[in-house]
Design a binder for this molecule. Structure first.
Ligand SMILES: NC(=O)c1ccc[n+]([C@@H]2O[C@H](COP(=O)([O-])OP(=O)(O)OC[C@H]3O[C@@H](n4cnc5c(N)ncnc54)[C@H](OP(=O)(O)O)[C@@H]3O)[C@@H](O)[C@H]2O)c1
Length: 346
């Protein structure tokens, strides 16, 4: 972890109240962990109550000093329930929300614009757009009255680019971006900050949801590329909200290293990420390679990605550990074979 700078102080968020929608999985869940680590009071929302309770339990185990997170079973498509949310949170001990993270969202299907199903269109619009607008209208006025608040809308690179098979989803995220910009204009005379976060491909349940639970289709999306992790996006949310109060991050657009466009430029290089030389071997070893480990190439002594680092990320630990085991075995065989050949030739 980078040492804190002696020259620049980020905002201390201890004690701040943070409301996160879509905290049962993926980016929202990772974000809850990061805010808890910073000492924030949390309200976590989602439709799956048992996942919220599980997250609450885990957070309390890890951060027993924090007030218990407030869990709210909420379908953000339900505007009546959103309207009641401030009173509900107040009753649960959170009278004000300092940071609103509008994260709940989804893509459904990859149908063409002329084949989109009405139900999918409506669900995406209600979840990705209407809910964001209504949550801002619900919590914004109090933020303005208090002279304090940060609205973070999770958009996407699909809000900046449109692609085949993404007409409705891209339209919703373009709407989120337009709404975020206009909100920033509306609140420019106040201390409220408004930020969009626009990630590229992130490995979460997003694709499973998009393909209605078809795991093999979902896995294909992330095949042979190292996508962003939920934790990477959570880190961007934390960055934006911990800048000093006079700094307003408008949008953070990010991609995985081998992705250049939402859909059309995705180079599936695997874990070497296209690095020359022995980046691949180094990454498989899960530690810094030594010269002994590098019979395949002596040009690279630095692994470009360490599986041990990735394996420490909770969401990926199991999958990475399994891959690491398989790859370590394969690499050991290759190294042994090469040593044998070198010895024979010498
Ligand atoms: N993964 C990507 O590649 C990617 C890229 C760019 C942007 N994004 C955006 O990032 C955000 C989070 O997605 P993710 O990748 O973390 O996907 P995810 O793992 O599927 O998580 C989505 C979250 O949204 C919640 N949600 C969905 N519909 C909801 C509803 N009607 N009411 C309340 N909560 C709802 C889900 O909770 P419940 O199911 O429990 O309700 C879940 O917690 C979304 O806005 C997505 O568009 C994702």
């Amino acid at each position: 972890m980078a040492a804190p700078s002696a020259l620049y102080a980020p905002l201390d968020l201890r004690g701040c109240s943070v409301l996160i929608t879509g905290a049962t999985a993926g980016i929202g869940r990772a974000t809850a962990w990061r805010y808890a680590e910073l000492g924030c009071k949390l309200a976590i929302c989602g439709r799956r109550g048992e996942m919220l309770e599980e997250l609450k339990k885990q957070l309390l185990e890890k951060f027993p000093e924090l007030p218990p997170p407030i869990t709210v079973v909420l379908d953000v498509q339900d505007c009546e329930k959103i309207a009641k949310l401030p009173a509900q949170l107040k009753e649960a001990g959170m009278p004000d929300v300092d940071i609103l993270v509008n994260n709940a969202g989804l893509a459904l299907g990859v149908a063409s614009a002329i084949e989109n199903e009405l139900e999918n269109i409506q669900t995406m619009l209600a979840t990705n757009v209407q809910a964001v607008m209504f949550l801002v209208a619900t919590f914004g006025p109090k933020m303005k009255d208090r002279g304090q608040g940060h609205i973070v809308n999770i958009s996407s690179v699909a809000g900046h680019e449109a692609y085949v098979g993404g007409s409705a989803y891209c339209a919703t995220k373009h709407a989120v971006n337009a709404f975020t910009i206009a909100t920033r204009h509306d609140l420019a005379g106040t201390p409220i900050r408004v930020t969009a976060i626009s990630p590229g491909m992130v490995e979460t349940d997003f694709s499973k949801v998009r393909f209605k639970g078809d795991e093999s289709k979902a896995a294909k999306v992330y095949e042979n590329i190292l996508p962003l992790l939920a934790e990477d996006v959570a880190d961007q949310i934390i960055f934006a909200t911990t800048r000093p109060r006079h700094v307003q991050i408008a949008d953070i657009i990010s991609y995985a290293t081998n992705q250049g466009h939402a859909k059309y430029v995705i180079e599936r290089k695997g874990e070497s990420m296209g690095a020359p030389g022995a980046g691949y071997v180094g990454s498989c070893l899960g530690r810094q390679p030594t010269q002994d480990d590098l019979p395949l190439s002596s040009s690279c002594t630095t692994p470009y990605v360490s599986w041990s680092t990735l394996a420490s990320v909770p969401a990926h630990a199991d999958r990475k550990a399994q891959k690491l085991g398989e790859r370590n075995a394969a690499v050991q065989v290759i190294i042994a074979a090469q040593r044998f050949i070198f010895t024979a030739v010498a």
